[in-house]
Each structure stands twice: as C-alpha cells, then as structure tokens.
Design a protein around this ligand. Structure first.
Ligand code: ATP
Ligand code: MG
Length: 303
C-alpha cells in the first residue's frame, strides 16, 4: 500500500506542547523538501490553523519565501445522535486524508481532551508523538504511580486508549504504531522531580510500549513565535525580524535532536548545548526509521 506517512501528535491533556511540536515538525519536513499535509483535529480551538495562517500573513507582509503545508481542519461533529456524529467525523477525516494523499507526510494535531475525533485520529498514526510537561500531573495520564515508592501501579486512561487504537490498527492494516513520549518544557537546572519523572517514564516505557525522546527546554521564544507563524527553524531567514540568540541556537538544536530521535535523522549544524537529564536514556530510532527522511521512511513503512 502506498500513501503518506502519518504522524499524530496526541495527549489528552491541554497545553503540553502538541501544536508547537506539530508546527516544528511540519516546518522541518518542509525545509527538507518534502510535500507535507497538516490536519487540525482541534479545529474549534484552531491553534495549528491559526499558527499556519499567521505564517502566511507574515511571509506575505515581509515578502519572505517561507514554506507552507497544505492544511485541512476537521471539526468535531455537532450531530445529536452519537452514531451519526461518529460517522460524520469518520467521513470528514477520511476526506481530509484523501485530499492530502499526494503528500509524503501528514502531521495531525489533536485536541487536549478525549473525544471520538481524537481517538479516530490516533488510529491513523504511523508514528504517535506524545509531548508531556515534566511533571507528575502530566504523567498521571500515562500511569497511576504509587506516591511512596514511585512504582507504576497501572497504565491509565490515555495509555489504555492508545493501546486500544494499536489493537484496532493491527486488525485494520497490521502495521504497528511507533509511540514516542517526549518531555517538553524541561527546566535547565536538573531537579529531583525531573529525575523522578525520568525514572518512572523509563519503567513505564517497556510496560506500555513507548520509547522516550528528549524534548524542548522551557523557553519564552516558543510563545513569541506563534504570532508570526515562525518556528525556530525559520530564524535565519532573511527578513525574519527575530534575533537569533544563543538560547535560540540551543533550542534549534533541541528540535534537531528530537527529529533524529524520531528517526528523521539530519546532520546537526549547531553544537549540542543542552544535555538530556541524566536519567533519560537516549532514544533508539524505531526499526526502519533511519536517515535520510523521505523515500526510505516510506519504504520502511511498507508503502
Ligand atoms: N518548550 C516550551 N517553552 C515555553 N513555552 C512553551 C514550550 N512549549 C510550548 N510552550 C507554550 O505553551 C503553550 C501551550 O503550547 P501548545 O499550544 O503547543 O500546547 P497544546 O498541547 O497544543 O495545547 P492544547 O491542548 O490547548 O491544544 C503555548 O503558549 C506555547 O507557546
Ligand atoms: Mg494544541
């Protein structure tokens, strides 16, 4: 079977960095020359759609030759009957995917809450990326943890949902989902909390079937880029009026490190400036996801 490689960004918790991660991934793939489609399943909030709209406006105002993906937004159905609503969402998402079928990659951003549309989106994932803040509040969606021993008691809601989608997908087309959990907004000073979260994630990874990868440090720049529709990867463009500081250089490196961990390997052009927390095992690329991105990935995915 051939078709786009689909990356879903999901976590049923608000504000963990899904749309920010989606945007950086999209722009990175575009800058590698790939045809990229984007689907906003959180159309009511519309962060990804707005981010991309801001990008078009900014590029036009400043006469910048920025890359843009093909965007589709899919709304949650408002039909009263649950069955009809699910059918409508199924049809709308299938139509969006069909529209983007000429793309090499499709990145799907999902809402920060459980919904039938979010669940449906997850079933399409070749790779699922789950950003979480470095805290036990976010970890709670992945697992119930004993407060005294920090032992994992049992997987919790979101993990169970992903597990079900994995099963559904195995029946549907037999290909596994490569599930990657990334830690976002990592504090620059290592803390006991950071170590503890890392330890629990490590214990959990094998048990519920994900691998972890380093994410982004806590940086104000991520909040500032939205209005201009820019990512850290655009800051060297002529005419982008955001100065490239040392902190931004470090942040760009974090984006590259994440891409490499996912399997989109590229040669880093900036020195590593942030060491991952000591407890964070370097993520092994998923089997078949190796450099360079593009054709190899599609072949590896059996397409
Ligand atoms: N590494 C970071 N450092 C600082 N701010 C960040 C970082 N990552 C994301 N943010 C900011 O956190 C806020 C939430 O990020 P984002 O919108 O990407 O999360 P989300 O998971 O998509 O949220 P929602 O569930 O509401 O859709 C935004 O203001 C974003 O700029
Ligand atoms: Mg979002």
């Amino acid at each position: 079977m051939s078709g786009p490689y689909i990356i879903v960004i999901g976590n049923q918790k608000g504000g963990t960095g899904k749309s920010t991660t989606a945007m950086h991934l999209i722009v990175s793939l575009l800058r590698h020359g790939h045809a990229v489609g984007a689907i906003d399943l959180d159309a009511r909030q519309g962060t990804l759609s707005r981010y991309l709209e801001n990008r078009r406006d900014y590029a036009q105002r400043r006469q910048l030759a920025l890359e843009h993906p093909e965007l589709r937004a899919v709304h949650a159905s408002e039909l009263e009957s649950r069955t009809d609503a699910i059918d409508e969402e199924r049809r709308d998402l299938a139509a969006a995917l069909h529209d983007l079928s000429a793309c090499e990659y499709i990145v799907i951003d999902t809402p920060g809450a459980d919904s039938t549309l979010s669940r449906l989106g997850h079933t399409y994932a070749d790779t699922l990326i789950t950003p979480m803040n470095d805290s036990f509040v976010d970890l709670d969606l992945l697992a119930v943890v004993d407060p005294d021993t920090l032992q994992v008691v049992r997987p919790s809601r979101y993990s169970e949902m992903v597990w079900q989608q994995k099963q559904a997908r195995a029946v549907h087309n037999g290909r596994p989902i490569d599930w990657i959990v990334i830690r976002n907004r990592i504090a620059s000073l290592a803390s006991r909390n950071q170590r503890n979260v890392g330890q629990v994630l490590k214990a959990l990874a094998g048990r519920i079937g994900f691998r972890s990868a380093p994410g982004f440090g806590e940086r104000v720049i991520f909040r500032e880029l939205f209005l201009k529709g820019l990512t850290l990867l655009d800051l060297r463009e002529n005419g982008a009026d955001v100065p490239l500081t040392l902190s931004h250089v470090a942040a760009r490196q974090e984006v590259r490190t994440l891409l490499a961990a996912i399997g989109f390997t590229e040669v880093p052009d900036e020195p590593e400036t942030r060491q991952p927390p000591p407890d964070e095992a370097p993520a092994a690329p998923a089997p078949g996801l190796t450099a360079p991105p593009g054709a190899e990935l599609l072949v590896a995915a059996g397409r």
